[in-house]
Design a protein around this ligand. Sequence first.
Ligand SMILES: Cc1cc2nc3c(=O)[nH]c(=O)nc-3n(C[C@H](O)[C@H](O)[C@H](O)COP(=O)(O)OP(=O)(O)OC[C@H]3O[C@@H](n4cnc5c(N)ncnc54)[C@H](O)[C@@H]3O)c2cc1C
Length: 393
Amino acid sequence: MKTLGLIFPDQLSKNNPIFDSTKRDIQVLYFEPLDIYFDQNHHKQKLAFLFSSLRHFIKELNLKNSDHVPVTKGQKNGMTDLLSDYIRLNNYEVLEVVHPSDHKTLTQLTLLTSKLGIALKVHDDPKFISSADEFKNWAEGKKSLVQEFFYRWLRKKYNILIEDEKPVGGEWNFDSKNRVSINKLNEDPPEREKIKPDALSVDVMVDVENVFGKNFGDLENFNWSVTREDAEKKANEFFNSLINNFGPFQDAMDAGNPTLFHSLLSPYINVGLLDPMKIIVKAEKKYYEGAPLNSVEGFIRQILGWREFIRGIYWLKMPDYKSLNFFENTRKLPELFWTGETRMQCVAKAVESTKELGYSHHIHRLMVTGNFALLSEIDPRYVCEWYLGVYLD
Ligand SMILES: Cc1cc2nc3c(=O)[nH]c(=O)nc-3n(C[C@H](O)[C@H](O)[C@H](O)COP(=O)(O)OP(=O)(O)OC[C@H]3O[C@@H](n4cnc5c(N)ncnc54)[C@H](O)[C@@H]3O)c2cc1C
């Protein structure tokens, strides 16, 4: 069967099953202009990160049987037509893809292949440890879905921080040790190494300015790795100099330092440049080399617990989940979410780092902007759209 394997910018895992498929001599299409990138205002650094990571990946793999559709002007809502033309022209009978990260793209591919009368094969997403189906089975029959229980279940399943079938240290969760105030910090967090964009990244930035010039954020402060090798360096930087203080100051905020001891690894994990299980195993190893258990367990819980749980919930509840509005809030997002201009210093600082870096840590997101959005009765649709757009992850 003549097969086309699709690769999107956030599907760069080394073990992407499409590349297994290349052994069967299929054509690979690297495809940038997903409709979801045009649907709303995404941070320019996020788009540059996605496209630059993909283009570096293409260069690294250097596959013969491959094509690349880059992002260009005038492609808004053009994904289905572009793919449809490509498939028709080359008479493909099967479209293979890794499970897309969002519901809309999956629906579009399902409808497209059905319209063209060709088969669609969707592989599990290797960027996640648990599959959407596994989560569904776990959730089946439960009255309420609690992250902590899913996390414990995965800890046992993968034998992470488990000794003699019991959690290391006698507890599953050491969060109570992870709420130290910033006033107790006696040293500045170490400087992180800067990343200089190479020529390929600069080309991508030019494309982003051309196509998404009016979007949020700017590219001057772009300081993200775009290759697996550099992402691994960032992971090592975290494990070598930040993890010990990660736990205690995980929930702290500092007006002068938006990143503190956080790993800043989420963008790399979310596009497949870093593998979540490998990162977890590295963290576990740090514990056996002497890193504090509250830091290591807290870090592992974010990836094995929260990341897997929230992803499971997304696929379990979508598409209805997107339009839930329990409090029937109707307000629009105030302009300060884009400008940061407000006398509320915590909100101003959270928006400032969001704009400058495409990043803010979980407490800024949850307790500052999230809490403010809830208290000011903003329609959750606008809130979700903002979160989806403004962060690299
Ligand atoms: C309102 C809101 C929106 C968010 N939107 C996203 C999003 O779109 N994409 C995203 O990846 N994360 C999201 N998060 C989770 C979390 O804020 C980010 O993953 C984290 O801040 C990324 O920074 P870091 O890599 O420095 O994380 P660290 O604090 O160093 O944590 C380590 C890793 O754990 C994972 N992680 C940490 N916290 C969470 C969490 N609450 N849920 C899921 N995974 C987590 C990430 O992979 C992260 O890299 C959101 C949180 C909130 C409260």
